[in-house]
Design a binder for this molecule. Structure first.
Ligand code: C2E
Ligand code: MG
Ligand code: MG
Length: 669
């Protein structure tokens, strides 16, 4: 799977590059269009502003001329008659000065006309017009309202001596603040027009170059930003489909792949295998090694599992310590189970963590399409059921079996029966003696629960404790066992005053804050001292909630009850834990004790635990002593207590009584 992903990464990069080039081209074209529009709009605006400014200043200069003309005109001019030719010559000189007209050569460079408000031509460079009455042009009417207008026109009324565009300017003729007429002038735009155009062109050139520069600077920035966005989008897509911790497929991608495999299989008439793998007691790993190391372990487990699969198989982490695999095109359920076994074999090599090594156990459920269902949910639920079956039976790999489905119905019935059995007193205790090494003095007994089932006979704890745990009946069972143990203990103590009983606690009991009070009341009721009661806990039970367990054990210690750590060596707990907990006894699990004679490693472990107990001031008991040789070896190693079939199997309480009455010693050789 990893290889395939790498492959697709490189091809994705190629596609990405091509996409980048396309994107650059697209941006180049799309960004040029608005730049062009902006450039043209700015060009027009600049041209308009510059021309308006010019005309404005031209109009104002013209106004000065008209003022001079006005003072001349008004010196004795009859506003109804117009200027006399002498007055007109005088005004000509003012006008000629401003418009640079050479009246002598007749090269008229301006057309200037002054009107009285009623249209009488007071003065004109066209002398023929003076004294005539005309209808006022619209611009002259505007000037009579006191407003100056300047504009560029392409044609000039009447004859004049120039070609091309002209500046038309109309100015009010004022006297003492009163408008008494209007003066209109036309003069050729000529070189002024060229100057304006040149000025405008320069500004437009700067504008265009500026815009091009801006575009050139923006272009790589936008391309880089879009590349980053694209990469981010691809990364987001990858994250949405993969498990953040292990990088494996996540639940979403897994469902997609499974759905795809199911529809392909349907079309091609093939089988699809589905494996659900769950790590056993992974919580203990987390609690012991810490979550960071737990995460690391999950990643490494993911790597190993992937190594056991084909490229076409999809391995996903569904969450927590649960993995699942889609196996497209499998031959049958057995070949899917073979893959499951290969995956488990991949986990057999221990995982190294600093000074510790961990060998995780896992259970795998197998379901196959179409044999166990064609529907995704149904198949998943069946693989899940098979996985739980594997966990229960410790079979490690279990293939879904429709007959076992009825077992879950049977389990429901068992819960009902167990509830009834508790009320009817069917829950009993057998006791297994605990003796001191080496002489074999019986010091106490462990209470081991039994169910006297009305039809199935005497059931061992393995047959109903799981169901009781799931149904929340452990509390009731513990109470019952405690009652029975203390009842018998009181009797046995009459024969042997320092006799003690040991009662097993489940994880649920260790999370129950009322337990110390329940124990205290029970001791009181049976008039048994706390020192006569030992409570057995397992590492797993402590680790399900270490803080709560610690405070609960401390309260029990205050009562004077002693605590034994049962099945020691089978959990993941660290030794530092042991030193922190108020534990009085270590019970070495029988898996280490059984082979002590033939397996030097087991013997070393047992010897080390005995030594550890001595150093931590804890008694050490060996469980599962089945032979005299083991008994003697343990005695030589310095173990102080033992229990096991060699001494006695768990027996009915009457037999313990008989044993104590006959002799407090086992018939040891
Ligand atoms: P455990 O507490 O470790 O109890 C010892 C188990 O080992 C008993 O199994 C006992 O019959 C068995 N055993 C003792 N000596 C030998 C031996 O020499 N060889 C072999 N092969 N086995 C030996 P049992 O009675 O079936 O109990 C199994 C487990 O069930 C117990 O293991 C304990 O964890 C749990 N259990 C029993 N009674 C209770 C109870 O009242 N409450 C809770 N929470 N758990 C209980
Ligand atoms: Mg026990
Ligand atoms: Mg045990």
């Amino acid at each position: 799977m990893l290889t395939r992903r790498r492959g697709s990464d490189s091809s994705a990069t190629g596609v990405g590059n091509r996409r980048d080039v396309g994107l650059a081209r697209q941006f180049a074209v799309l960004s040029l269009v608005p730049m062009l529009v902006l450039g043209i709009a700015l060009g027009f605006t600049v041209r308009h502003i510059i021309t308006a400014r010019f005309l404005d200043s031209y109009g104002r200069t013209d106004e000065l001329t008209v003022d001079a003309m006005a003072s001349t005109l008004l010196a004795g001019v009859d506003l109804n008659q117009g200027t006399t030719s002498a007055q007109a010559r005088h005004i000509d000189s003012v006008v000629a000065n401003f418009y640079r007209i050479d009246f002598g050569t007749g090269s008229t460079q301006a057309l200037v006309t002054a009107w009285s408000p009623n249209g009488n031509v007071l003065y004109s460079t066209d002398t023929a017009l003076i004294g005539k009455t005309e209808s006022l042009p619209p611009t002259a009417r505007v000037a009579l309202t006191g407003t100056v207008t300047s504009t560029i026109v392409s044609s000039v009324p009447g004859a004049h001596g120039w070609k091309g565009a002209s500046i038309q300017s109309t100015i009010p003729l004022s006297l003492g603040g009163h408008v008494i007429g209007a003066v209109e002038s036309y003069s050729p735009l000529g070189t002024l027009g060229a100057a304006i155009s040149h000025g405008v062109f320069q500004v437009e050139l700067v504008l265009v170059l500026g815009l091009l520069l801006l575009w050139a600077v923006l272009f790589p920035i936008v391309i880089r930003a879009s590349q980053r966005l694209r990469r981010q989008a691809e990364e987001n897509e990858r994250l949405a489909l993969s498990d953040a911790l292990t990088g494996l497929a996540n639940r979403t991608l897994f469902h997609d792949r499974l759905q795809l495999a199911l529809s392909e299989a349907n079309k091609l008439d093939e089988r699809v295998g589905l494996l659900v793998l769950d790590l056993d007691r992974f919580k203990e790993v987390n609690d012991t090694l810490g979550h960071a190391q737990g995460d690391r372990l999950l990643c490494e487990i993911g790597e190993r599992l992937r190594g056991a699969l084909r490229d076409t198989d999809t391995l996903a982490r569904l969450g927590g310590d649960e993995f699942a695999v889609v196996l497209p095109n499998v031959h049958d359920a057995e070949s899917a189970a073979d893959v499951a076994r290969r995956m488990l074999a991949a986990l057999e090599q221990p995982f190294a963590f600093d000074e510790l090594s961990v060998t995780p156990q896992a259970s795998v459920g197998v379901a196959v399409c179409p044999d166990d269902g064609r529907d995704l949910d149904q198949l998943l639920s069946r693989a899940d059921q098979a996985m739980y079956e594997a966990k229960h039976t410790r079979g490690r790999v279990s293939i879904y079996d429709s007959h076992k489905d009825t077992a879950s119905i049977g389990r429901l019935a068992l819960v009902t029966e167990l509830r009834r059995g508790l009320n009817r007193g069917e829950i009993l205790c057998h006791f297994q003696p605990i003796a001191r090494l080496p002489e074999g003095e019986v010091q106490g007994a462990e209470a081991l629960v039994r169910w006297q089932h009305p039809s199935r006979g005497l059931l061992a704890p393995g047959e109903f404790l799981d169901v009781a745990e799931q149904a929340g009946l452990m509390r009731a069972i513990t109470d019952r066992v405690l009652e029975l143990a203390l009842t018998h203990c009181r009797t046995w103590r009459e024969c042997k005053p320092d006799f003690f009983v040991s009662v097993n606690l489940s994880g649920e009991s260790l999370r129950d804050a009322t337990l110390p009070d329940v124990v205290a009341r029970a001791l009181q009721r049976h008039e048994v001292p706390a020192s006569a009661l030992e409570l057995e806990i397992t590492e797993g039970a402590i680790l399900s909630d270490p803080l709560q367990a610690k405070s609960l054990l401390a309260r029990l210690q205050l009562l004077g009850v002693s605590v034994a750590l049962d099945d020691f060596g089978t959990g993941y707990s660290s030794l530092s834990y042991l030193a922190q907990l108020p534990v009085h006894k270590i019970k070495i699990d029988r898996s280490f004790v059984a082979d002590i004679l033939s397996n030097p490693v087991d013997e070393t472990i047992v010897a080390a635990v005995i030594d550890l107990g001595r150093r931590l001031d804890m008694a050490v008991l060996a469980e599962g002593v089945e032979s005299q040789q083991v008994w003697e070896r343990l005695a030589r190693l310095g173990c102080v207590q033992a229990q096991g079939f060699y001494l006695s199997r768990p027996v009915r309480p009457e037999e313990i009584g008989a044993m104590l009455e006959a002799t407090a010693l086992f018939p040891l050789p």
